[in-house]
Design a protein around this ligand. Structure first.
Ligand code: C2O
Length: 542
């Protein structure tokens, strides 16, 4: 293994999309940002230099960060932001992971323009557990606003309403020909017949799960969240924000008489408005004639929850001798977390646009997480948690009701900066139950610092007497982001083998902003190699 060096210069540059030019914050003048490429086992150093007025942090989404929590990146959780003119070097080693991940800004809504792929190849002399692709192509989905996304979320949080939705989805930064004046801005993949292309699909969109498909072609799913899966064939993939899915596309044996759209459109079941538009790219066979019919894939309807559930169920770990699934069989810490939307009071002298004149809020176990003013990890490490956070995050919701039935009389959340403290190597089970309080909606929950095994999921209320007997403890999928089904629940397990402070939140940025987030603290173990080392000297200060 080797050390890979990157420099990320955070600057602004002008970008034109949908006939609208604006200045965006980006890395090295690129949108989407540059790729991080490494092999399993490599050390990665990324020197981030902030030249913009905004505070910045970068998160390496899905990287385990074993004992390198100082490099994880969520603002005020593991670090204070990198301020204007400051530099911070993220330093991590890729351990036991291979596949596709991504990096993104992890402060406010800057992820809208600050994101890029992370590609982890197998170790030297190791191969993929599937046919070697002829070419590898990252396809990263995003959302584009004609206005400044920072202004959108700021206004939404002030007035308590839902934020303005994006104006387009993008594929490698390009909206494609179904949007106004965007036919030039179309991602085109030129292919040869009879070859295997590996598409590394990444959903970096802020607020929308996406269906993706290619006209007249199937795809084979081989890896997700940097974990190989038992391959399966599908027409359509579903990818929640925060998930990555690597698929193989086998091209037709000879040049077909058509050109093919690859398209992505949203899956959404909640209340309110959302961006219901479609991004299209083009799959074009080299040397095919110019004027060919352009075929479209059939994507599921926007609220196709059953399609999503059936697709999700097909994911299985390889669970073989080379890639075992080390599912915790016995659990010693159990948590039941309700996740969903709620309300909070409207401040004096404000007209709020949320339900019944309140503000929208979101919570886990009715706690809407307030961001601390200092970084939790430093506070924890130096024993200075006083006034920063408390360690009493509830293991169960404060009241029981029919989570998928009518809303409770009081939909108000409580506020707090609370963490769960776990002993080193605790074996943890978490049930995430959608509350459906302001409408059933799926929530892509992302856990930092770990992969977890998704051992069960279902619709309706989780049944503690009958559902655990049906858990898959043999070959469940291992992930860092899981969609809590709309009007349902999901169960996952993980081993708390990574000391530090780890954020968990909905990867819909609007829900995170409303408070659907919390932190886990994993204590040091007794052995020196089970302890979090002290912070690097250039760690930013608040
Ligand atoms: Cu991809 Cu906490 O985020």
């Amino acid at each position: 293994s080797i050390t890979r060096h990157y420099t990320f210069n955070i600057k602004s540059h002008n970008v034109t999309r949908l006939c609208n030019t604006k200045s965006i914050i980006s890395v090295n003048g690129k949108f989407p940002g540059p790729r991080i490429v490494a092999r399993e086992g490599d050390q990665v150093l990324v020197k981030v230099v902030n030249y913009v007025p905004n505070n910045i942090t970068i998160h390496w989404h899905g990287i385990r960060q074993l004992k390198s929590g100082w490099s994880d990146g969520p603002a005020y959780i593991t670090q204070c932001p990198i301020q204007t003119g400051q530099t911070y070097t993220y330093n991590f080693t890729i351990t036991g992971q291979r596949g596709t991940l991504f990096w993104h800004a992890h402060i406010s809504w800057l992820r809208a323009t600050l994101y890029g792929p992370i590609i982890i190849f197998p170790k030297l002399n190791e191969t993929y557990p599937f046919e070697k692709p002829y070419k590898e192509v990252p396809i990263i989905f995003g959302e584009w606003w004609n206005v400044d996304p920072e202004a959108v979320i700021k206004q939404a949080l002030q007035t308590g309403g839902g934020p303005n939705v994006s104006d387009a989805y993008t594929m490698n930064g390009l909206p494609g020909p179904l949007y106004n004046c965007s036919s030039k801005d179309t991602f085109t993949l030129k292919v040869r017949p009879g070859k295997i292309y590996m598409l590394r699909l990444i959903n970096a969109a802020l607020n929308d799960e996406l269906f993706f498909g290619i006209a007249n072609h199937t795809i084979t799913v081989v890896e997700t969240d940097a974990v190989y899966v038992k391959p399966f064939i599908t027409d359509i993939a579903v990818i929640t924000p925060g998930q990555t899915t690597t698929v193989l596309l086998k091209t037709k044996p000879s040049i077909p008489n058509a050109t093919f759209f690859m398209m992505a459109s949203p899956y959404f079941t909640g209340l309110g408005t959302f961006d219901n538009s479609t991004v299209a790219g083009i799959l074009k066979y080299e040397k095919s004639k110019n004027k060919l019919p352009l075929l479209k894939p059939t994507l599921p309807a926007v609220n196709s929850t059953s399609f999503v559930a059936n697709f999700t169920k097909r994911f299985r770990s390889l669970a073989n001798a080379k890639f075992p699934a080390n599912v915790p069989q016995i659990v010693n810490k159990k948590f039941f977390f309700t996740v969903g939307l709620g309300t909070s009071p409207c401040p004096n002298n404000t007209t709020c646009q949320g339900p019944n004149g309140t503000k929208f809020a979101a919570s886990i176990n009715n706690v809407s997480f307030a961001m601390p003013a200092k970084a939790m990890l430093q506070s924890y490490f130096f024993g200075q948690s006083n006034g920063v956070y408390t360690s009493n995050f509830p293991a169960n919701p404060p009241f029981a009701f029919n989570y998928t039935g009518p809303p409770p009389n009081n939909t108000m959340v409580s506020n707090g900066t609370k963490a769960v403290v776990l002993p080193f190597n605790a074996s943890v089970e978490v049930i995430l139950q959608d509350t459906s309080i302001l409408g059933a909606e799926s929530h892509p929950l992302h856990l930092h610092g770990f992969n977890f095994f998704v051992v069960g999921e279902g619709f309706g209320n989780f049944d503690p007497n009958n559902d655990p007997a049906k858990f898959n403890l043999a070959d469940p999928i291992e992930r860092n982001t899981v969609g809590v089904p709309s009007g349902g629940w999901v169960a996952f397990r993980f081993l708390a083998d990574n000391p530090g402070v780890w954020f968990m939140h909905c990867h819909f940025d609007v829900h995170t902003s409303w408070g659907l987030r919390m932190a886990w603290i994993v204590l040091d173990g007794p052995e020196p190699n089970q302890k979090l080392p002290p912070p690097p000297s250039d760690l930013p200060k608040c």
